[in-house]
Design a protein around this ligand. Sequence first.
Ligand code: C5P
Length: 233
Amino acid sequence: MNASDRLIVALDVAGPDEARDLISRIGNRAGVWKIGLELLFTGGAELARELAGDGQKVFVDAKLLDIPNTVERATANIAALGAAFLTVHGHDIKTMEAAMRGRAGSDLKLLAVTVLTSLDAADLEQQGSRMDPAELVLHRATLRRESGFDGVIASGHEAAEIRQATGSDFLIVTPGIRPAGSAAGDQARVMTPAKAIAAGADYLVVGRPITQADDPAAAAAAIAAEIDTALSA
Ligand code: C5P
């Protein structure tokens, strides 16, 4: 994989036309297009099928969490779109095993959402967890061993520990990426592209620093260059 292949652009835009426009501007400076909850309900599923049919890598960020029967059937439908990646909340093994059954026979890779990068220790306490984000991420990352998931979504702050606990065949996909000097927005556990790669992330998820840049192609190219430098360091 080259540096651009590791860059996932979060297409958090109003509709498929805006998404297609961004994709054509960014081109091969990024390797994966992430369709999340905002776009999924304004034509994103059809766009996912179209992009996958064109040979593009599509990440459906549906963050599934429901009873096993529903998760299994939703996962099978997302696999049938031709998606390359799907997120499932990694809170419990029943949900994850259901997703594994749903993707059977497809190439869909399953990623467990550990702890959202917008949450900090105070938010987890409010949810009733006595663990801090790093402990809870690590705890949930180890559920993967039982379920057979391909990897996790985790912030750069936890990537090194996860890598140590899980080994090299495990995908770490890191959102909350902010190039030096850019606004954190609603993200709490942010990191620069270079630091996240150095910490062990395989893929970086970047939304607003690219999609809201005056020149999204230049922003994507700059992040890919930073990934490249970090990989060769
Ligand atoms: O704009 P920004 O770079 O903050 O976008 C990050 C993207 O990654 C969003 O699409 C968000 O839904 C997603 N994400 C996240 N934290 C997670 C999982 C996914 O920020 N734990």
